[in-house]
Design a binder for this molecule. Structure first.
Ligand SMILES: [Zn+2]
Length: 336
């Protein structure tokens, strides 16, 4: 065990004693992941920093312990950001869980693990942004390993989102051959909010590529049925502006996080997040200031939508496979 791994173990053990006792063992673990990943030890997980390397080894060690296989035989997928004066190294952490029915058709679950690092001696811990998203992905990894979906899953913990979506762009560049087989992206970026957060917001695009109009309407109904939760209100759309000091910036939500890059590559997506709040991109985005109950419920209702879509996409997937078979047999006939 390396020194840093040993330090991590100590942090984990100390957190076990202070973690609030809520819900199932898996939910306690989920909160612990968020707590650890947003602790000062990771120094704000800045792109290409020591804290980033520590976050990578934490993610890898959890995935290894869960026996979740690495993607293309490795968890770390390095990429280079070339700059005017110097190049910097980043790495996506990627795992995969083969599907029970459609092994070569993928649902890409993504969340960025990088954040802003330290500023003026203060650690920007990024508990909501986006330790919440990666903790949820680790939680899903455990559940999906136990009960695989019909489609194969890619778990992408992306790097460099805060630096112009670098990790997502590197993924697209490195996996060109796979893009046609990625049917859907579900992107999580900020799903724990601040103390007063009630709304889990989402936007989606191109879902009509994976669901016919009838199934799409059924999915809308399913989402509506999830709206009545006590702790979290599932809401379509984001507010268009955020106030920074006295200036108001308009946000292009399509390109606000990694899903924008995947969408440009033609992949349908749903993006879940809470939007900017008072602790957003500040030193106050810490574990104590998130809405813990909201986070647990949000993680759960996103998972339910994943399960729903995995099943709903089956009709479309079977039809496509039939169509491909027919085309192939036509080709064979013609060549004969
Ligand atoms: Zn973010």
């Amino acid at each position: 065990m390396s020194l840093s791994a040993y330090k991590l173990l100590i942090v984990l053990l100390s957190l076990c004693s202070i973690a609030p006792v809520w819900g199932t063992q898996d939910e306690i673990k989920l909160l612990q992941h968020l707590n650890v990943l947003s602790s000062d030890q990771f120094s704000g997980r800045k792109f290409s920093s020591q804290g980033s390397l520590q976050a990578q080894s934490y993610l890898v060690s959890v995935l290894e312990n869960l026996n979740v296989p690495p993607f293309n035989n490795q968890y770390l997928h390095a990429f280079t950001k070339s700059g005017f004066f110097q190049s910097k190294q980043g790495a996506n952490v990627i795992a995969t869980i083969p599907g029970s029915h459609f092994q070569d058709r993928y649902i890409l679950l993504s969340a960025h693990y990088d954040h802003l690092g330290t500023k003026g001696g203060k650690v920007f811990n990024g508990a909501d942004d986006n330790a919440s998203g990666i903790a949820a992905l680790l939680y899903y990894a455990k559940l999906l390993k136990q009960a695989p979906l019909k489609h194969s899953i890619i778990l992408l913990f992306s790097d460099g989102e805060e630096v112009n979506l670098l990790g997502a762009k590197a993924f697209i560049e490195q996996q060109k051959n796979l893009l046609n087989n990625i049917r859907l992206n579900i992107n999580l970026d900020m799903i724990a909010g601040s103390k007063h957060t009630k709304k889990l917001r989402f936007i989606s695009k191109d879902l009509n590529k994976i669901l016919n109009p009838e199934d799409l309407a059924k999915f809308d109904k399913f989402q509506a049925s999830l709206k009545k939760r006590p702790n979290v209100h599932l809401t379509y759309g984001f507010r268009g502006r955020k106030r920074i000091g006295t200036s108001v910036n308009h946000i292009n939500w399509l390109m606000a996080s990694d899903h924008g890059v995947f969408s440009k590559a033609g992949i349908p997506f749903i993006y879940f997040g809470v939007g900017p709040h008072k602790n957003y991109h500040s030193e106050f985005d810490v574990y104590a200031n998130i809405n813990h109950q909201f986070f647990l419920s949000a993680t759960d209702i996103i998972f339910q939508q994943l399960i729903y879509l995995d099943n709903a996409m089956v009709t479309q997937a079977s039809l496509t496979i039939e169509a491909e078979k027919t085309t192939n047999s036509h080709h064979t006939l013609m060549h004969d």
